[in-house]
Design a protein. Structure first.
Length: 202
């Protein structure tokens, strides 16, 4: 089941939460320092991934706006740079991308780093994404792919400049939603968050 973890220190005030029964997506709407924010976390199935994502975006279209950031495991590469040479190109496209930007690809237009390796097929690909509305492009400062040891997926790290929070204050969002499906990992993440909060107070 998908999840969205937001630190208490951000001052996030939720106003609406939506999810499906199967746990393929969860959406949280709210605000940080009076700045609207919507986060949609999507875990697409292995078969028909883009069709599923398209349907989710259609179903939630009334809740999604220029303040929306879409994150998750899309289970399919969106561009040719997001796949190794041996992987076949998916000819199907996500129509809604004409209003969305691929944050990593905008900030790293020619980088060929991947978030997933299929040992069964010997294929590298980038199937984990952060998408946002074109109007929010100036908020994103930098991004990187961060290797992990607890998952077969790497994390994506995005640094955001929150203009309505204190000047020059930066919030870092880090995604590794696959880990959230594991009960033991959830407990470990909770423990690490507590340790982090203690360290920041010293």
């Amino acid at each position: 089941m998908g999840a969205i973890l937001i630190s208490d220190t951000t001052g996030f005030k939720p106003t609406k939460v939506k999810s499906d029964k199967e746990g393929y997506y969860i959406m949280a709407k709210g605000s940080i320092q009076q700045e609207d924010l919507t986060i949609l976390n999507v875990y697409a199935p292995n078969i028909g991934a883009l069709r599923f994502i398209r349907q989710v975006l259609f179903n939630l279209q009334k809740d999604l706006d220029r303040h929306t950031t879409i994150v998750g495991d899309f289970n399919t590469p969106l561009t040719a740079l997001d796949r190794s040479l041996r992987e076949k190109t998916n000819k199907e496209k996500l129509d809604q991308l004409n209003l969305l930007i691929n944050i990593y690809r905008i900030l790293q237009p020619s980088t060929t780093k991947y978030t997933f390796f299929s040992s069964a097929r010997g294929i590298y690909s980038k199937i984990d994404y952060m998408l946002s509305h074109k109007a929010s492009l100036n908020k994103f400062l930098k991004t990187e792919i961060v290797p992990t040891i607890l998952s077969d997926h790497s994390a994506i790290k995005i640094e955001i400049n929150a203009k309505k929070i204190s000047q020059n204050h930066r919030i870092t969002w880090k995604l590794n939603n696959v880990l959230l499906n594991d009960f033991l990992v959830n407990n470990e993440i909770t423990a690490e968050i507590n340790v982090f909060e203690i360290d920041t107070e010293t």
